[in-house]
Design a binder for this molecule. Structure first.
Ligand code: G3P
Ligand code: CA
Length: 315
Protein backbone atom coordinates (compact mmCIF):
# COMPACT_ATOMS: atom_id res chain seq x y z
CA UNK A 1 0.00 0.00 0.00
CA UNK A 2 1.23 3.48 -0.83
CA UNK A 3 0.06 6.44 1.16
CA UNK A 4 0.95 10.00 0.48
CA UNK A 5 -1.58 12.58 1.55
CA UNK A 6 0.12 15.21 -0.60
CA UNK A 7 -0.99 13.31 -3.68
CA UNK A 8 -4.42 14.70 -3.05
CA UNK A 9 -3.56 18.22 -2.00
CA UNK A 10 -5.78 19.50 -4.83
CA UNK A 11 -8.70 18.16 -2.85
CA UNK A 12 -7.81 19.67 0.47
CA UNK A 13 -9.84 22.30 2.29
CA UNK A 14 -11.59 24.66 1.92
CA UNK A 15 -14.64 22.96 0.54
CA UNK A 16 -17.32 24.97 -1.20
CA UNK A 17 -20.81 24.77 0.19
CA UNK A 18 -23.02 22.75 -2.07
CA UNK A 19 -25.94 24.66 -3.47
CA UNK A 20 -29.43 23.95 -4.78
CA UNK A 21 -31.21 21.00 -3.26
CA UNK A 22 -28.03 19.46 -1.89
CA UNK A 23 -28.01 17.78 1.47
CA UNK A 24 -25.96 20.34 3.36
CA UNK A 25 -23.52 18.78 5.77
CA UNK A 26 -21.20 20.76 8.04
CA UNK A 27 -17.96 21.52 6.26
CA UNK A 28 -15.93 19.39 8.65
CA UNK A 29 -18.15 16.37 7.98
CA UNK A 30 -17.83 16.85 4.21
CA UNK A 31 -14.07 17.20 4.54
CA UNK A 32 -13.79 14.07 6.65
CA UNK A 33 -15.93 12.00 4.27
CA UNK A 34 -14.10 13.10 1.16
CA UNK A 35 -10.72 12.67 2.81
CA UNK A 36 -11.79 9.19 3.89
CA UNK A 37 -12.68 8.38 0.28
CA UNK A 38 -9.27 9.61 -0.87
CA UNK A 39 -7.52 7.67 1.88
CA UNK A 40 -9.45 4.54 0.95
CA UNK A 41 -8.42 4.96 -2.68
CA UNK A 42 -4.86 4.42 -1.50
CA UNK A 43 -5.88 0.85 -0.70
CA UNK A 44 -6.54 -1.70 -3.40
CA UNK A 45 -10.08 -1.22 -4.76
CA UNK A 46 -12.45 -3.94 -5.94
CA UNK A 47 -14.62 -2.32 -8.60
CA UNK A 48 -17.74 -4.22 -9.63
CA UNK A 49 -17.86 -3.66 -13.39
CA UNK A 50 -21.53 -2.99 -14.28
CA UNK A 51 -22.27 -4.71 -10.95
CA UNK A 52 -21.47 -8.41 -10.61
CA UNK A 53 -22.16 -8.58 -14.32
CA UNK A 54 -20.58 -11.98 -14.81
CA UNK A 55 -23.35 -13.43 -12.67
CA UNK A 56 -26.40 -11.35 -13.60
CA UNK A 57 -27.55 -8.90 -16.29
CA UNK A 58 -25.21 -5.91 -16.30
CA UNK A 59 -26.25 -2.72 -14.50
CA UNK A 60 -29.59 -4.18 -13.43
CA UNK A 61 -30.70 -4.58 -9.83
CA UNK A 62 -29.75 -8.28 -9.56
CA UNK A 63 -26.17 -7.52 -10.66
CA UNK A 64 -25.91 -4.59 -8.28
CA UNK A 65 -27.48 -6.49 -5.37
CA UNK A 66 -25.06 -9.38 -5.91
CA UNK A 67 -22.04 -7.08 -6.01
CA UNK A 68 -23.26 -5.35 -2.87
CA UNK A 69 -23.66 -8.71 -1.11
CA UNK A 70 -20.21 -9.84 -2.23
CA UNK A 71 -18.71 -6.69 -0.73
CA UNK A 72 -17.00 -4.35 -3.17
CA UNK A 73 -15.42 -0.92 -2.91
CA UNK A 74 -17.30 0.59 -5.87
CA UNK A 75 -20.28 -0.19 -8.05
CA UNK A 76 -19.28 0.76 -11.59
CA UNK A 77 -21.98 2.15 -13.86
CA UNK A 78 -22.07 3.66 -17.34
CA UNK A 79 -24.30 6.71 -17.36
CA UNK A 80 -26.22 7.81 -20.43
CA UNK A 81 -29.25 10.05 -20.92
CA UNK A 82 -32.68 9.28 -22.34
CA UNK A 83 -34.40 11.44 -24.95
CA UNK A 84 -36.29 13.13 -22.11
CA UNK A 85 -33.16 13.86 -20.10
CA UNK A 86 -33.15 11.08 -17.48
CA UNK A 87 -29.83 9.57 -16.41
CA UNK A 88 -29.76 5.79 -16.74
CA UNK A 89 -27.23 3.02 -16.19
CA UNK A 90 -26.52 1.36 -19.53
CA UNK A 91 -23.37 0.60 -21.46
CA UNK A 92 -24.11 0.44 -25.18
CA UNK A 93 -25.36 3.34 -27.25
CA UNK A 94 -27.63 0.80 -28.96
CA UNK A 95 -30.39 -1.10 -27.20
CA UNK A 96 -29.91 -4.17 -29.38
CA UNK A 97 -27.48 -6.31 -27.37
CA UNK A 98 -28.62 -5.93 -23.78
CA UNK A 99 -32.40 -5.49 -24.12
CA UNK A 100 -35.23 -6.89 -26.21
CA UNK A 101 -35.54 -3.48 -27.88
CA UNK A 102 -33.70 -1.89 -30.73
CA UNK A 103 -32.44 1.50 -31.79
CA UNK A 104 -30.46 4.10 -29.92
CA UNK A 105 -30.87 4.86 -26.26
CA UNK A 106 -30.62 8.59 -26.91
CA UNK A 107 -33.81 8.46 -29.02
CA UNK A 108 -35.95 6.71 -26.40
CA UNK A 109 -37.88 8.16 -23.45
CA UNK A 110 -37.49 6.79 -19.96
CA UNK A 111 -40.99 5.34 -20.13
CA UNK A 112 -40.12 3.47 -23.33
CA UNK A 113 -36.83 2.30 -21.85
CA UNK A 114 -38.53 1.03 -18.71
CA UNK A 115 -40.80 -1.17 -20.82
CA UNK A 116 -37.82 -3.11 -22.16
CA UNK A 117 -36.57 -6.46 -20.86
CA UNK A 118 -32.91 -5.98 -19.89
CA UNK A 119 -32.40 -9.49 -18.53
CA UNK A 120 -33.55 -12.25 -20.88
CA UNK A 121 -30.61 -11.66 -23.24
CA UNK A 122 -28.29 -12.61 -20.36
CA UNK A 123 -30.09 -15.92 -19.76
CA UNK A 124 -29.71 -16.75 -23.44
CA UNK A 125 -26.08 -15.65 -23.68
CA UNK A 126 -24.94 -17.22 -20.40
CA UNK A 127 -27.10 -20.27 -19.68
CA UNK A 128 -24.70 -21.39 -16.95
CA UNK A 129 -25.61 -18.27 -14.96
CA UNK A 130 -29.26 -18.02 -16.08
CA UNK A 131 -32.00 -17.38 -13.57
CA UNK A 132 -35.72 -17.00 -14.28
CA UNK A 133 -35.74 -13.97 -12.02
CA UNK A 134 -33.55 -12.11 -14.51
CA UNK A 135 -36.19 -12.20 -17.26
CA UNK A 136 -37.89 -8.84 -17.57
CA UNK A 137 -35.61 -6.83 -15.28
CA UNK A 138 -35.55 -3.11 -16.01
CA UNK A 139 -32.90 -0.62 -16.94
CA UNK A 140 -32.32 1.53 -13.87
CA UNK A 141 -32.15 5.26 -13.46
CA UNK A 142 -29.15 6.56 -11.55
CA UNK A 143 -31.59 7.89 -8.99
CA UNK A 144 -33.06 4.44 -8.42
CA UNK A 145 -29.61 2.98 -7.85
CA UNK A 146 -28.66 5.67 -5.36
CA UNK A 147 -31.99 5.39 -3.55
CA UNK A 148 -31.49 1.64 -3.18
CA UNK A 149 -27.86 1.60 -2.04
CA UNK A 150 -27.56 5.03 -0.40
CA UNK A 151 -24.50 7.03 0.50
CA UNK A 152 -22.78 4.18 2.36
CA UNK A 153 -22.05 2.61 -1.02
CA UNK A 154 -19.55 4.15 -3.42
CA UNK A 155 -20.24 4.63 -7.13
CA UNK A 156 -17.71 4.71 -9.97
CA UNK A 157 -19.71 6.55 -12.62
CA UNK A 158 -18.72 6.85 -16.25
CA UNK A 159 -19.99 9.60 -18.50
CA UNK A 160 -20.45 7.27 -21.46
CA UNK A 161 -20.37 8.75 -24.97
CA UNK A 162 -20.90 12.23 -23.50
CA UNK A 163 -20.67 13.84 -26.94
CA UNK A 164 -24.12 12.34 -27.60
CA UNK A 165 -25.64 13.92 -24.53
CA UNK A 166 -25.18 17.69 -24.23
CA UNK A 167 -25.75 18.61 -20.59
CA UNK A 168 -25.02 15.16 -19.17
CA UNK A 169 -22.31 16.52 -16.87
CA UNK A 170 -24.65 19.14 -15.43
CA UNK A 171 -27.37 16.54 -14.92
CA UNK A 172 -24.94 14.12 -13.31
CA UNK A 173 -23.42 16.60 -10.89
CA UNK A 174 -26.89 17.90 -10.01
CA UNK A 175 -28.07 14.38 -9.23
CA UNK A 176 -24.97 13.56 -7.18
CA UNK A 177 -25.35 16.78 -5.21
CA UNK A 178 -29.07 16.28 -4.71
CA UNK A 179 -28.41 12.88 -3.16
CA UNK A 180 -25.51 14.13 -1.06
CA UNK A 181 -23.11 11.71 -2.70
CA UNK A 182 -20.18 14.04 -3.26
CA UNK A 183 -19.98 15.35 0.28
CA UNK A 184 -20.43 11.78 1.52
CA UNK A 185 -17.30 10.78 -0.41
CA UNK A 186 -19.36 8.22 -2.30
CA UNK A 187 -18.93 9.31 -5.92
CA UNK A 188 -16.09 9.06 -8.39
CA UNK A 189 -16.48 10.08 -12.04
CA UNK A 190 -14.59 8.40 -14.89
CA UNK A 191 -14.62 9.02 -18.62
CA UNK A 192 -12.71 8.40 -21.82
CA UNK A 193 -13.54 12.03 -22.59
CA UNK A 194 -11.11 14.47 -21.01
CA UNK A 195 -13.50 17.27 -21.95
CA UNK A 196 -16.28 15.62 -20.00
CA UNK A 197 -14.09 15.20 -16.91
CA UNK A 198 -13.03 18.84 -17.05
CA UNK A 199 -16.68 19.88 -17.26
CA UNK A 200 -17.47 17.82 -14.17
CA UNK A 201 -14.54 19.42 -12.37
CA UNK A 202 -15.72 22.87 -13.31
CA UNK A 203 -19.16 22.08 -11.93
CA UNK A 204 -17.88 20.57 -8.69
CA UNK A 205 -14.17 20.29 -7.99
CA UNK A 206 -14.68 17.92 -5.06
CA UNK A 207 -15.41 14.86 -7.19
CA UNK A 208 -12.42 12.53 -7.66
CA UNK A 209 -11.91 11.92 -11.38
CA UNK A 210 -10.37 9.03 -13.28
CA UNK A 211 -9.21 9.39 -16.89
CA UNK A 212 -10.01 6.27 -18.88
CA UNK A 213 -7.66 5.24 -21.66
CA UNK A 214 -7.82 2.47 -24.22
CA UNK A 215 -4.64 1.37 -25.95
CA UNK A 216 -4.94 -0.38 -29.28
CA UNK A 217 -2.76 -1.00 -32.35
CA UNK A 218 -2.90 1.86 -34.83
CA UNK A 219 -4.44 0.81 -38.16
CA UNK A 220 -3.78 -2.84 -37.38
CA UNK A 221 -0.03 -2.09 -37.23
CA UNK A 222 2.32 -2.76 -34.33
CA UNK A 223 2.31 0.76 -32.92
CA UNK A 224 0.04 1.18 -29.91
CA UNK A 225 -1.99 4.38 -29.67
CA UNK A 226 -4.55 5.71 -27.24
CA UNK A 227 -8.09 5.84 -28.59
CA UNK A 228 -8.81 9.53 -27.90
CA UNK A 229 -5.19 10.68 -28.04
CA UNK A 230 -5.17 11.70 -24.39
CA UNK A 231 -1.72 10.07 -24.08
CA UNK A 232 0.78 8.68 -26.57
CA UNK A 233 1.14 4.91 -26.74
CA UNK A 234 2.46 3.19 -23.60
CA UNK A 235 6.03 2.91 -24.89
CA UNK A 236 6.23 6.65 -25.65
CA UNK A 237 4.41 7.94 -22.60
CA UNK A 238 6.38 10.45 -20.53
CA UNK A 239 6.16 11.80 -17.02
CA UNK A 240 4.78 15.00 -18.54
CA UNK A 241 1.92 13.03 -20.13
CA UNK A 242 1.02 11.51 -16.77
CA UNK A 243 1.36 14.89 -15.06
CA UNK A 244 -1.04 16.44 -17.57
CA UNK A 245 -3.66 13.93 -16.38
CA UNK A 246 -2.67 14.41 -12.75
CA UNK A 247 -3.63 18.08 -13.13
CA UNK A 248 -7.31 17.11 -13.00
CA UNK A 249 -7.57 13.41 -12.15
CA UNK A 250 -6.58 11.21 -9.24
CA UNK A 251 -6.08 8.19 -11.45
CA UNK A 252 -6.00 6.49 -14.78
CA UNK A 253 -8.23 3.57 -15.81
CA UNK A 254 -6.63 1.44 -18.48
CA UNK A 255 -7.16 -1.71 -20.45
CA UNK A 256 -4.70 -4.55 -19.92
CA UNK A 257 -5.26 -6.19 -23.28
CA UNK A 258 -6.47 -5.47 -26.78
CA UNK A 259 -8.96 -8.07 -27.99
CA UNK A 260 -7.98 -10.28 -25.04
CA UNK A 261 -4.73 -11.33 -26.69
CA UNK A 262 -2.34 -8.40 -27.03
CA UNK A 263 -1.12 -7.08 -23.71
CA UNK A 264 -0.86 -3.29 -23.94
CA UNK A 265 0.58 -2.27 -20.56
CA UNK A 266 3.18 -3.74 -18.27
CA UNK A 267 4.50 -3.31 -14.75
CA UNK A 268 6.69 -0.37 -15.77
CA UNK A 269 3.65 1.54 -17.07
CA UNK A 270 2.00 1.07 -13.68
CA UNK A 271 5.16 2.12 -11.86
CA UNK A 272 5.57 5.27 -13.96
CA UNK A 273 1.95 6.30 -13.53
CA UNK A 274 2.16 5.79 -9.78
CA UNK A 275 5.46 7.67 -9.62
CA UNK A 276 3.49 10.56 -11.11
CA UNK A 277 0.94 10.32 -8.29
CA UNK A 278 -1.74 8.65 -10.35
CA UNK A 279 -3.76 5.70 -9.17
CA UNK A 280 -3.87 2.87 -11.71
CA UNK A 281 -7.15 0.96 -12.11
CA UNK A 282 -7.28 -1.75 -14.77
CA UNK A 283 -10.32 -3.01 -16.71
CA UNK A 284 -11.90 -5.53 -17.25
CA UNK A 285 -10.18 -8.45 -15.55
CA UNK A 286 -12.13 -11.66 -15.06
CA UNK A 287 -9.51 -14.40 -14.81
CA UNK A 288 -7.87 -15.06 -11.45
CA UNK A 289 -4.36 -15.44 -12.87
CA UNK A 290 -4.58 -12.01 -14.54
CA UNK A 291 -5.94 -10.54 -11.31
CA UNK A 292 -3.04 -12.01 -9.35
CA UNK A 293 -0.49 -10.72 -11.85
CA UNK A 294 -1.91 -7.22 -11.61
CA UNK A 295 -1.92 -7.45 -7.82
CA UNK A 296 1.75 -8.41 -8.04
CA UNK A 297 2.37 -5.34 -10.21
CA UNK A 298 0.84 -3.25 -7.42
CA UNK A 299 -2.12 -1.78 -9.30
CA UNK A 300 -4.51 0.28 -7.19
CA UNK A 301 -7.74 -1.33 -8.33
CA UNK A 302 -9.33 -3.75 -10.75
CA UNK A 303 -12.66 -3.56 -12.57
CA UNK A 304 -14.17 -7.03 -12.76
CA UNK A 305 -17.42 -8.73 -13.71
CA UNK A 306 -16.61 -11.31 -11.00
CA UNK A 307 -15.93 -9.48 -7.74
CA UNK A 308 -16.18 -12.80 -5.89
CA UNK A 309 -13.07 -14.06 -7.70
CA UNK A 310 -11.16 -10.88 -6.95
CA UNK A 311 -12.29 -10.86 -3.32
CA UNK A 312 -10.89 -14.37 -2.90
CA UNK A 313 -7.46 -13.08 -3.89
CA UNK A 314 -7.43 -9.90 -1.85
CA UNK A 315 -9.10 -11.08 1.35
O1 G3P B 1 -15.08 2.11 -17.06
C1 G3P B 1 -14.06 1.20 -17.14
C2 G3P B 1 -14.44 0.25 -18.19
O2 G3P B 1 -15.75 -0.11 -17.90
C3 G3P B 1 -14.36 0.89 -19.54
O3 G3P B 1 -14.86 0.07 -20.49
O4 G3P B 1 -16.50 -0.27 -22.23
O5 G3P B 1 -16.72 -1.48 -20.06
O6 G3P B 1 -17.19 0.94 -20.19
P1 G3P B 1 -16.40 -0.17 -20.75
CA1 CA C 1 -17.46 1.65 -17.93
Amino acid sequence: MRFDQSRFSRLSLPFALLGGGALLLPLSVQADALQQQLNDLQEFQVIAHRGASGHAPEQTMPALELAHEMGVDYLELDIQMTADGELVAFHDESLDRATDGEGELKDVSLEELKALDAGSWFNEAYPEFADDAYAGVEILTLGEVIERFGTDTRYYLETKSPELYPGIEEALVEELEAHGLIEAGAALVQSFSQESLLKVQELNDQVPLVQLVWYHPEDDGDQLVEWTGVTPGPSEISDADFQAIRDYAVGIGTNLTYEETLEVIDASFVEQAQANDLLVHVYTINESDDMQRLLDWGVDGIFTDFPDRLNELVE
